[in-house]
Design a protein around this ligand. Structure first.
Ligand SMILES: [Zn+2]
Length: 182
């Protein structure tokens, strides 16, 4: 089966606020599995359901795994209805995103957070996170609220990226139309 497509900026669906998951159905289990496959395939360290066009509060995260011939086992965290609390301190991290092609920028985040969610069996999860994992949790929960990391950088940097992205899309559209019309 083909992998789900990751939506890319400026797709409006990325601005959707996702709805809480009321029951963990087979569809939700399947979605979580599909999302893990996409995350490891790209590869990325996290993915929110919003990014595959499903506006529900589900994220998958794996900040340990690296694509280096199985030295690290795949051990995804699957977080249903994730919520962050006890934000503490500040950290600046260079972030990228599967939905924001060819761009990285420094973003200020809380240095430490507590993640609360449930797993696919409905059991509560509580994780005290710092460093990369804390940054990743905040980035993914932002997706569920329709926020991209480029919404958290300076207006100047953002508008530079938006311009670059527009040019890139125009270029792709022109290449596409010339090949299809012959
Ligand atoms: Zn992202």
């Amino acid at each position: 089966m083909a992998l789900r497509t990751v939506l890319q900026f400026p797709d409006k669906r990325l601005k959707t606020a996702a709805k809480p998951i009321e029951s963990i159905s087979d569809e939700i289990r399947q979605l979580a599995q599909d999302m893990c496959e996409v995350m490891y395939d790209e590869p990325g360290i996290g993915l929110a359901a919003t990014q595959v066009g499903e506006p529900v509060r589900l994220v998958v995260v794996d900040t340990e795994w690296k694509d280096d011939e199985g030295a690290h086992e795949k051990n995804p965290l699957i977080l249903v209805n994730p919520e962050l609390s006890e934000r503490d301190g500040k950290v600046v991290w260079s972030e990228g995103c599967l939905s924001v092609p060819d761009f990285e920028a420094e973003v200020e985040r809380s240095a430490r957070v507590v993640m609360r969610a449930i797993d696919l069996d409905g059991k509560p999860i509580e994780i005290r996170a710092e460093g990369l994992q804390a940054v990743c949790f905040q980035h993914e929960v932002d997706h569920l609220d329709g926020i991209l990391f480029i919404d958290r950088i300076s207006k100047l940097k953002r508008s530079r990226y938006v311009l670059k992205r527009k040019k890139q899309l125009k270029h792709e559209a022109e290449a596409g139309s010339s090949s299809s019309t012959g």
